[in-house]
Design a protein around this ligand. Structure first.
Ligand code: CA
Length: 473
């Protein structure tokens, strides 16, 4: 403020120039290198995974917008968290009887045209989140292409790079249907210009062998080299499975967070993403205090999920959402968080690092910012020309929603095991390399058992259940 007063007294031209710089509407979340990942877009404010929610997350200043990706019967890529439709759409009303034996309506059984007839609904309408008025709003499940079109358009009009953070969901489930979701996703990304590690994208997946395949085979075939994120699940989840001894069994992720596991990952992976309960127990004690520094020493980032501001979602060792962010960003040292409340997290980082909010972003790729035409210096007695408007606040903090149980699953009690296998893990490719010439989407046969001795091999005795429908990730 002192700076502004000085400028007002000195020169109208300088005042206007600096005011323009101070009010550039491109405000990013970073305090230092910390990033905010809009988990399922602005899902805490306007339902998950729809185009208005994406626009809102961008407007709020999120660094990255997350897309969960599943495939349709006719091989389209949709932005949908679960492989099934019933949690967030009216599919059961519109297509009764189209469920499988487990009662679920799989996107894989519907065409794009059918899915486009569905309306999104807020899955937690009584939680303090968006009211369930979706019949009027006509929000639909977006395709990945639609979302990328929107983001590329906003990049142009808002004059900023917008990061994306797509997740390839359950490759094993798609393989069972003869579909190669990873190749299909990569081809769309390439179509939209995402090719190198310099592009603002992290491509995430829970399946280590699929990520290895993406890194070693698919991306080279497409002449791409994107940053990859290895997500680490608890060992009871459904995100990664392999067919072993005739049975689909869960993956054991424990080795991934060991020192040797991290070292093995670092050859092909740019970072890890894991549940915050894997880093801290319920009393606030660090479970693996060296994990973040280990990852950093190997050149990898650490992103944690999922951060929500509802009281039921706060761990007992913090009193507020902001305290939770402070703890993870600055005590544990994670580089980014996946959060349903991206606007609140952006505000937190801006307040935590006050200078960041007023610092215009310099980006070589971007066209020049519109400039305010300098005006002739005026007499101090003459009122200054109207300065450039102050930027509107990114968002108002969301008021604390009413206490409603079951907005989230209880944090899993996960303890990361002691260092993993002594030998350096080797991850075997899942399928044959894709030819370097004009790549096509191969039809992947039903997954055969993969090496039984590899790290993370399925756990005998762990039964396979239907994919989780609402697990927060
Ligand atoms: Ca996700």
């Amino acid at each position: 403020m002192d700076c502004k007063l000085f400028i007002i007294k000195s020169s109208g031209w300088i005042f206007l120039l600096l005011t323009a710089l101070l009010t550039v509407p491109v405000v990013f979340a970073q305090a230092g290198d910390k990033v905010v990942i809009a988990h399922r877009a602005a899902s805490g404010y306007l339902m998950e995974h729809n185009l208005p929610s994406v626009a809102l997350a961008v407007a709020m200043g999120s660094d990255y917008i997350e897309q969960d990706l599943v495939m349709t019967k006719d091989d389209q890529i949709m932005v949908l968290h679960d492989p099934t439709l019933e949690r967030v759409t009216n599919v059961a009303e519109l297509f009764p009887g189209r469920h499988r034996q487990d009662g679920k309506y799989y996107a894989l059984d519907f065409t794009l045209a059918e899915i486009k007839q569905l309306h999104l609904k807020e899955p937690y309408p009584n939680s303090g989140r968006f009211p369930d008025t979706t019949k009027n709003l006509q929000l639909t499940v977006p395709t990945f292409r639609e979302e990328l079109e929107l983001i590329r358009g906003l990049e142009k009009t808002m004059r900023q790079d917008i990061g994306i953070y797509p997740e390839i969901k359950q490759p094993w489930l798609h393989r069972k249907e003869g579909k190669d979701i990873s190749m299909a996703v990569l081809k769309i990304l390439r179509e939209f210009g995402f090719k190198s590690k310099e592009d603002k994208i992290y491509l995430q997946c829970f399946d280590p062998e699929e990520l290895k395949r993406i890194h070693d085979e698919l991306m080279p075939a497409l002449q791409m080299e994107l940053k990859l994120i290895q997500l680490i699940d608890d060992n009871n989840g459904n995100e990664t499975k392999s067919l072993q001894w005739g049975e689909w069994l869960n993956y054991n992720y424990d080795w991934l967070s060991s020192k040797s596991g991290l070292r093995a990952l670092s050859a092909s992976i740019s970072g890890i993403g894991l549940d915050k309960s894997m880093l801290v127990d319920e009393t606030g004690n660090l479970l693996r205090p060296e994990l973040v520094s280990d990852a950093h020493s190997l050149g990898m980032v650490v992103h944690a999920y999922t951060f929500r501001r509802e009281k039921e979602s706060l761990p007992p060792y913090v009193a507020s959402f902001e305290a939770l962010l402070e703890f993870f960003y600055f005590k544990i040292g994670v580089d980014g968080v996946f959060t349903d409340y991206c606007g609140d997290a952006v505000l937190f980082l801006q307040k935590r690092s006050p200078g960041a909010a007023a610092t215009p972003v310099s980006r070589e790729k971007l066209p020049p910012q519109p400039t305010v035409a300098p005006e002739a210096p005026q007499s101090p007695a003459v009122p200054m020309a109207a300065p450039v408007a102050e930027p509107e606040s990114v968002t108002e903090p969301v008021t604390e929603p009413p206490v409603v149980p079951s907005i989230t699953t209880a944090p899993a009690q996960i303890s990361i095991s002691a260092p993993g296998p002594a030998s350096e893990p080797a991850m075997a490719p899942v399928s044959k390399p894709v030819p370097a010439s004009e790549p096509t989407i191969p039809v992947v046969p039903a997954l055969q058992g993969v090496g039984g001795a590899s790290p993370g091999q399925a756990q005998p005795g762990t039964p396979v259940s239907a994919p989780s429908e609402a697990k927060y990730r």
